[in-house]
Design a protein around this ligand. Structure first.
Ligand SMILES: O=c1ccn([C@@H]2O[C@H](COP(=O)(O)O)[C@@H](O)[C@H]2O)c(=O)[nH]1
Length: 244
């Protein structure tokens, strides 16, 4: 997995991760076949819960990189067990919520190594969700009752991930510049909540355009519905790559 400095030598296509947010394996395969240009796919909760792990093998057979976005958030023992199992799939990226806490993050780091070793594959890069991109300052203050400003909160979650040995964080493009400055160039920063100027915001609340997100310091962009729900997903993908 490339660090921020190495990311400069990657093509823009390699830095875009497209989520397979569909309910069936057949729909996921259809998307992968429709968009052969996409090299990095994200498997998230919808597809994994509905269809299981077979899609991971299918993507690997096609030499695709895989972001397994299961966002673990549980007590340390459960997080460790789930991370150990997930690391055995040989995926590139795996997520855990930073709010699971210091102990859960620490045991996840060890469990990822154990799981990969047992399966004789490379361990995934473990990245922590700092704060979901569907939440804004109002949600944080009034619903979650977090009494600090949102950028500071996202930074503290990223720093907790860094201190406990994780490889990076998921953050919104609006915080990525600050996280890059504080966490340094070797800390992976993956940004969902990315929206071209011509697409809908959907449920994303802290978004930026792809070009601005990369300029601000993101290693990878996660761009889903602007591509996958477009009337012509291939044209949408090409338009985004051209704009970058
Ligand atoms: O904070 C987060 C963490 C993960 N996601 C995931 O990224 C994609 C975004 O899809 P879009 O269609 O581009 O909105 C989706 O799979 C989320 O589960 C996120 O959006 N925010």
């Amino acid at each position: 997995m490339a660090t921020y400095k190495q990311a400069f030598s990657m093509s823009v296509a390699e830095r875009i991760i497209v989520p397979l947010d569909v309910p069936t394996e057949a729909q996921a395969i259809a998307l992968v076949e429709q968009l052969p240009q996409v090299r990095f796919w994200k498997v998230g909760l919808e597809l994994f819960v509905s269809s299981g792990s077979a899609i991971l093998q299918i993507l690997k057979q096609r030499q695709k990189r895989i972001f397994l976005d299961l966002k673990f958030h549980d007590i340390p023992n459960t997080v460790a067990g789930a991370t150990r199992a997930a690391a055995g799939y040989g995926v590139d990226l795996l997520t855990i919520h930073a709010v699971a806490g210091r102990m859960a993050l620490k045991v996840a780091v060890a469990a990822a190594k154990q799981g990969a070793e047992a399966a004789a594959c490379s361990p995934p890069k473990l990245i922590a969700i700092s704060l979901l991109t569907s939440l804004n300052s109002r949600d944080l203050a009034f619903d979650l009752k977090v009494p600090i400003e949102l950028p500071e909160y996202a930074l503290q979650m990223a720093l907790l991930a860094q201190e406990t040995g994780l490889n990076g964080a998921v953050c919104s493009p609006q915080e990525v510049s600050q996280l890059r400055q504080v966490c340094g160039d070797d800390f992976l920063l993956v940004c969902p909540g990315v929206r071209p100027s011509w697409s809908e915001q959907d449920d994303q609340r802290r978004s930026m355009t792809p070009a601005d997100a990369l300029k601000a310091g993101a290693d990878y962009l996660v761009i889903g519905r602007p591509i996958t729900a477009a009337p012509d997903p291939v044209a949408a993908w090409e338009r985004i790559c051209e704009e970058l």
